[in-house]
Design a protein around this ligand. Sequence first.
Ligand code: SF4
Ligand code: MG
Length: 284
Amino acid sequence: AVNRPPIWCPGCGDYGILEALKRALAGLGIPNEEVVVVSGIGCSSQLPHFLKTYGIHGIHGRAIPIATGVKIANPRLKVIVVGGDGDGYGIGLNHMIHAARRNVGITYVVSNNQVYGLTTGQMSPTTLRGVKTKTTPYGSIDEPVNPLALALAAGATFVARGFSGDVAHLTQIIDQALTHRGFALVDVLSPCVTFNKVNTYEWFRARVYKLEEAGHDPSDYWQAYKKAVEWPSLDPNGRIPIGVFYKNEEKPTYEEEIIKNLGVPPIEAGVAVNGKAVYGILQY
Ligand code: SF4
Ligand code: MG
């Protein structure tokens, strides 16, 4: 977190994500020193360098375990994970599932450009069927990952999708995610203008619609699930809902459960509690 200017390609969707994240943090008045932004590897994973907060530019697909450690150690910190679809829904997918089922209180913002951008345009886990990429010259034959449906099935307590071409709307979503107690997934449709010539800003603008304008009730789990599979699972050519799909503030968070066991957050407990090493209690 050195707060240097971004180095993304002009027009990259990641600029919209950075802007929305900055606006949401500023709007909530969260001090920089109470924020830790953790990332993996990829174009979007460079984001912690472009903020004044604390940050860890981690290893490929492992941002969530790093962030989980930070949040468990000191639950008072606002812990945000940022990364791409390759990093988070490919190599790191299982970490999202486990963070969701544990309800770790972190905000996970995924820049989903449906391609591997940093490595110059290979098919990613969210590439739609039929899309031609460097590694799918005849068009992808894979069923794309549906991150929202997976997160809901895993027990995530906040599930949303934004669009980096609508920064004001994305800011509102991130604002809600940051104020949510438990695990929050914000999948962001974020065009890679250099390597994805199919899923462009125009492509998304012609398809997205806002859940809150369609009478969606985010407290209804099954309604949320139906909306989550609307695209791309049911209709890859259909309209794409954006907004908050699901929100449940009732479930206890992982860090709350740990504090229940220790009496205090691990950072205050030191290396041992009642003669037992803290890491022993955290083992799973
Ligand atoms: Fe953004 Fe794509 Fe350029 Fe990476 S390669 S910075 S994802 S436009
Ligand atoms: Mg990507």
